[in-house]
Design a protein around this ligand. Structure first.
Ligand code: HAM
Length: 418
């Protein structure tokens, strides 16, 4: 250990990629969390939680290379166990569901707002600690109805924040469909299929030339586009592709019937996580300033089965999404959808002199106001009226009561709105 130099002051900066939350920041966080909570509870989702520490092995099975090897905060504890600060909630949820499989009732609707950690380069929309709304529906009988319900929850959340349909798009695809294309049309082996999936995942972050240069290394087949009618007809005529293609087309049609107008079938949506098996989707902000996905999710049929005792008589399939607070806040800020800060403290009681009687009466006034349910702070130190006004403004307190000699003699006080 190096000697501490007492003359050297410590930096006030927080650790890279994490945030401090002052009351004004926490106000915004509470606004988002409360809105999320209310919207998902209206569909019957119940809240759960877990520790931020997880056994590393639960991510190794199915979260994918990037999260496990490049982005995780992993360490060995004093008992030689490999521990990870959760980078996402889905494996924890799958573990919890597998552990109580017999007691839990299905379809099971669950949500949580955990903080997650990923060692990423901090940038717009991405930090190293973020909070993530997780909404998941687990069932022994997967159905397109449930996939569509998850998309309805997405729409309901966006509406709850006063977002318009034109502010965002829900871009959907199907892993089952693209996997069928990879084998039956592109004729890729496992390694090539994974390379193609990764390349597609970063398609909108690289130039068309870079994409083309990478693509020719994987396949020489013409790229197919579902939004081109002749390509679509061609795909419908491929026996192995037809079934998963029809399934995702039916899901899109059902979602539209349920009033989700801004849904788009997009074969470029593949998602980075390995556990998705069916529907995959990303919600995109239509404001080009926020060009990353706002959030995303999909169906995972086999994740619960990786845990002991889970895959006996019937396996459990899940569908859901994760919505990060950083992206959400960017979206709301760019559209002025965050309400102005309001302090929880409603009244500032100001003590105008040092006399014991004044202080005692100010305390009585504060106690009386608290009895009526108000949140009250007392300022014992600023003597001048203008200083008290300035302080109330800085703290965001909307009302003040001044206690001086007159108030003490008359035993009367007045609450003034600023
Ligand atoms: P994901 O795509 O890895 O999926 O993350 C989902 C969302 O979490 C992102 O779209 C973004 O809003 C937020 N997010 C991810 N990483 C960061 C970061 N470094 N900083 C800020 N926000 C971030 C999952 O995590 C899946 N487990 C979601 C899911 C739930 N699928 C089914 N159920």
């Amino acid at each position: 250990m190096t000697e501490k130099d007492p003359s050297k002051k410590l930096s006030t900066e927080s650790y890279k990629g994490v945030r401090d939350f002052y009351p004004t920041d926490l106000f915004v966080q509470h606004f988002m969390f409360d809105t999320w909570r209310k919207a998902v509870q209206s569909f019957g989702y119940e809240e759960y939680d877990a520790s931020v520490l997880e056994n590393t092995e639960i991510y190794k099975a199915k979260s994918g290379d990037e999260i496990v090897n490049a982005q995780s905060y992993t360490f060995t504890d004093r008992g030689d166990r490999e521990v990870t600060l959760r980078p996402e909630m889905t494996p924890t949820l799958a573990r919890m569901v597998a552990a109580r499989k017999r007691e839990l009732g299905f379809p099971l609707r669950l949500f949580s707002i955990p903080n997650c950690f990923r060692y990423e380069r901090p940038q717009r929309g991405r930090l190293r600690e973020f909070w993530q709304l997780n909404v998941d529906l687990l069932t022994k009988k997967p159905s397109p109805r449930y996939d569509v319900e998850i998309l309805q929850v997405v729409s309901t959340i966006m509406k709850a924040f006063q977002a318009k349909d034109s502010d965002y798009e829900i871009r959907v695809n199907s892993r089952a469909f693209i996997n069928a294309l990879y084998t039956d049309y592109y004729e890729l082996n496992t390694e090539q299929a994974l390379a193609f999936q990764k390349l597609t995942d970063k398609k909108n972050k690289i130039s068309a030339e870079e994409f083309a240069a990478e693509y020719v290394k994987i396949s020489d087949k013409k790229l197919l586009d579902v939004n081109d009618s002749s390509d679509l007809t061609f795909m419908k005529n491929m026996p192995g592709v037809k079934e998963p293609l029809d399934a995702i087309l039916d899901t899109v049609a059902l979602a539209k019937k349920e009033g989700i107008a801004n849904i788009i079938f997009d074969t470029d949506i593949v998602r980075g996580l390995d556990y998705y098996t069916g529907l995959v989707f990303e919600v995109k902000d239509t404001d080009p300033q926020n060009n990353r996905a706002l959030f995303g999710g999909g169906r995972y049929d086999n994740l619960v089965d990786i845990f002991e005792g889970a895959a006996d008589e019937s396996s459990i399939s899940g569908v859901g999404f994760g919505y990060g607070d950083v992206a959400m806040q960017n979206f709301l800020e760019s559209r002025n959808l965050i309400p102005p800060y309001q302090a929880a403290t409603e009244i500032l009681v100001c003590v105008l002199d040092d006399n014991e009687a004044t202080v005692v009466y100010a305390d009585e006034v504060a106690a009386e106001l608290r009895q009526t349910g108000k949140n009250v702070a007392v300022n014992y130190t600023s003597r001048k009226y203008p200083d008290n006004i300035k302080l109330a403004e800085k703290l965001g307190i909307k009302n003040i009561t001044v206690i001086g000699e007159n108030e003490v003699t008359e035993k009367k006080f007045e609450v003034k709105q600023l």
